[in-house]
Design a protein around this ligand. Structure first.
Ligand SMILES: [Zn+2]
Length: 390
């Protein structure tokens, strides 16, 4: 049996919006038809439910850390990346049952917020049980870090074991950030990535000190490495930005760069020339939480890169909601709803390689159906409500 939903506007994402459109959904949630009012009338379609609002496909959250969910409200805001990282390290230890409970709540919150798929960073195996039971699709990025070249092989074999524990769910081994991964570890990640045609994800240019470290081996990162007792004797500055120094070390498999708050136009040009399959993830609420700054979104957008959205974790966000990320970009950067909707749905699905099912209202897909109410003239406001219909 088909359910026919009509709404003030339906946004298929892959096609222009349909005013007063009608969408047919089957019992399993698959899209079976999408009609304008005239077509629906000609076919004598009886609408099951009408909504004063808009329908959009389910959101794809391409950057989260589910295993940090228990840190919600525990990490001070706007202290900069270093204090943030050390606060996370200090507060991270907790009872396993508390961590699991917080992750279950976060998973449920994402579902209610219309999120259908998540790219999730994990350092441990603890999120596996939640992901296996979840109604959300998860791809786990098993994150490795280690700046000591001698430890590369040991780090990698531990990561392989973590990755295996997420089976049968999708998982791949990824670098944490340009500044936290040694050259031999990058080589091992690249070999593994090529062999398995893996997706990669990496935090990128989150703070000005990151570029400074690569350009001149100076700045606040030296303090951080001192605190972590890392010997930097082997590190040579490159005279280039962090991204330009690191991208050549990655394989050209599909890769997501996360944050990009300090990324300059020349980095984008370099990246486009060097790597054929890059995606750029924006996590604006986390950027405001940690560093109180936002990326040059306009430059990235006009630069023609493939953008996606992420919530980051509850350690650096008040909520796990892609709509809230869109609201921030609309409020602070003037980005248009329809442009961001593509980032929030189809682009994320393409990055995760699940666009045959998710990301748009095309016949045969099962993308989730999300109702947004009180979205006047495509302006997301604090009173905009979100309801998961399918
Ligand atoms: Zn992150």
């Amino acid at each position: 049996m088909l359910t026919y939903l009509s709404a003030s506007t339906i946004y298929p994402v892959s096609k222009p919006p349909v005013k007063n459109g009608i969408i047919a959904i089957d019992e399993q949630g698959y899209v079976r038809g999408l009609y304008n009012p005239q077509e629906a009338q000609d076919l004598n379609i009886q609408v099951t439910a009408h909504y004063q609002g808009v329908l959009v496909p389910g959101f794809v959250n391409t950057h989260c850390h589910l295993e940090l969910s228990h840190l919600q409200g525990k990490i001070p805001q706007q202290t900069g990346l270093f204090r943030f990282v050390s606060a996370v390290m200090k507060n991270r230890e907790a009872l396993a049952e508390d961590i699991v409970q917080a992750m279950a709540t976060a998973d449920e919150e994402m579902y209610k917020n219309g999120i259908v798929a998540v790219g999730d960073i994990s350092n441990q195996t603890i999120s596996a049980s939640i992901k296996l039971q979840s109604k959300i699709y998860y791809h786990t990025f098993v994150e490795v870090l280690g700046f000591n070249p001698e430890q590369a092989s040991a780090i990698m074999s531990k990561a392989r074991a973590v990755k295996d524990s997420f089976a049968p769910l999708k998982a791949s081994i990824v670098p944490h950030a340009p500044y936290s991964v040694s050259d031999p570890l990058f080589v091992e990640i690249a070999v593994q990535g090529k062999e398995e045609d893996n997706l990669l994800s990496m935090h990128n240019q989150e703070t000005p000190a990151e570029d400074e470290f690569f350009r001149s081996k100076k700045g606040a990162f030296l303090e951080l490495f001192k605190m972590l007792a890392v010997d930097l004797g082997f590190f040579q500055p490159t005279g280039k930005s962090s991204l330009q120094s690191t991208l050549p070390k990655l394989p050209t498999t599909k890769t997501l760069l996360v944050h990009n708050t300090q990324t300059a136009q020349e980095d984008v040009e370099f990246a486009k020339a060097k790597h054929p399959d890059l995606y750029w993830c924006l996590c604006p609420n986390a950027n405001l939480y940690i560093e109180s700054t936002l990326p040059d979104v306009d430059m990235l957008h006009t630069g023609g890169v493939q953008l996606t959205l992420g919530t980051d974790s509850l350690a650096s966000n008040q909520q796990l909601s892609i709509l809230s990320e869109m609201q921030t970009l609309q409020r602070d950067k003037g980005m248009q709803f329809q442009i961001m909707l593509q980032w929030a749905t189809l682009n994320g699905a393409r990055f995760l390689g699940i666009e045959a099912i998710y990301g748009s209202f095309d016949i045969g897909k099962r993308p989730g159906v999300v109702l947004l109410e009180a979205l006047e003239d495509e302006v997301i406001s604090p009173s905009t409500r979100i309801t998961r219909l399918f």
